[in-house]
Design a protein around this ligand. Structure first.
Ligand SMILES: C[S@@+](CC[C@H](N)C(=O)[O-])C[C@H]1O[C@@H](n2cnc3c(N)ncnc32)[C@H](O)[C@@H]1O
Length: 202
């Protein structure tokens, strides 16, 4: 009889379990060759000079992949990593231990109306990847779009690479309603897409 293989099952998510998070990261890192170029394409759309001293908010930062790509694109940036999973933020702190001076960590839940106050700001750039769809309810996601808009400085920008199972049209419309003057989808491989939302009030 063949030996049983211990295959990691990512569903259902259990972001508060250190064991689940560790398994999820091992599974996720294997997707780097597909995922990193997408994130790099996303950062290519940020309207800032490479040496800009940006204040950046990473929404649903997880173990820090997006923050790492932020610092590759903008080495002088300071990043606030927001997540509600302590195990994820612990992993991020470990992985980015050589750059802790540029980082802040905020443990809070995006469904808690006080989360925008907890992360501080204002920020030049908001970034997020495969995080907001976890909220499941469109209303909760759209409330985050409004909060992120209000956390940005005039001229600020929000880059969001996520899964949009019902397409991006409503998300583009909601980002415009949230106050972003320019919103575009720069990549779509359904259900994954990259949305760029810029404040045009600088
Ligand atoms: C798929 S992981 C993505 C992590 C990271 N952005 C990346 O690209 O590797 C989703 C993240 O969203 C976080 N998350 C899910 N629901 C959340 C909520 N309600 N509030 C804050 N973070 C949440 C999870 O803890 C997890 O770290």
């Amino acid at each position: 009889m063949p030996a049983a293989t211990n295959v990691f099952n990512p569903f259902p998510h259990d972001w508060h379990s250190a064991e689940y998070v560790s398994g999820w990261i091992t599974h996720d890192v294997a997707r780097d060759p597909e995922r990193r170029p997408l994130l790099q394409q996303m950062f290519g759309a940020a309207p800032f000079a490479r040496d800009a001293e940006l204040q950046v908010l990473d929404v649903g930062a997880g173990y820090g992949v997006v923050t790492e790509e932020t610092l590759n694109a903008f080495p002088a940036a300071r990043v606030t990593l927001q997540d509600y999973s302590q195990p994820m933020l612990d992993q991020a702190r470990r992985r980015l231990s050589d750059r802790l001076g540029r980082l802040s960590f905020v443990l809070c839940d995006l469904t808690d109306p006080s989360w925008p106050r907890q992360v501080g700001g204002p920020f030049d750039l908001g970034v997020s990847a495969i995080a907001l769809h976890n909220l499941r309810s469109p209303e909760k996601i759209f409330a985050c779009y409004r909060a992120i808009h209000d956390l940005l400085k005039p001229g600020g920008c929000f880059l969001n690479c996520d899964r949009f199972v019902e397409g991006t049209d409503r998300h583009v419309a909601e980002l415009r309603d949230a106050g972003f003057g320019r919103v575009e989808c720069i990549s779509e491989q359904a259900p994954r897409a990259i949305l760029v939302a810029a404040r045009t009030d600088a």
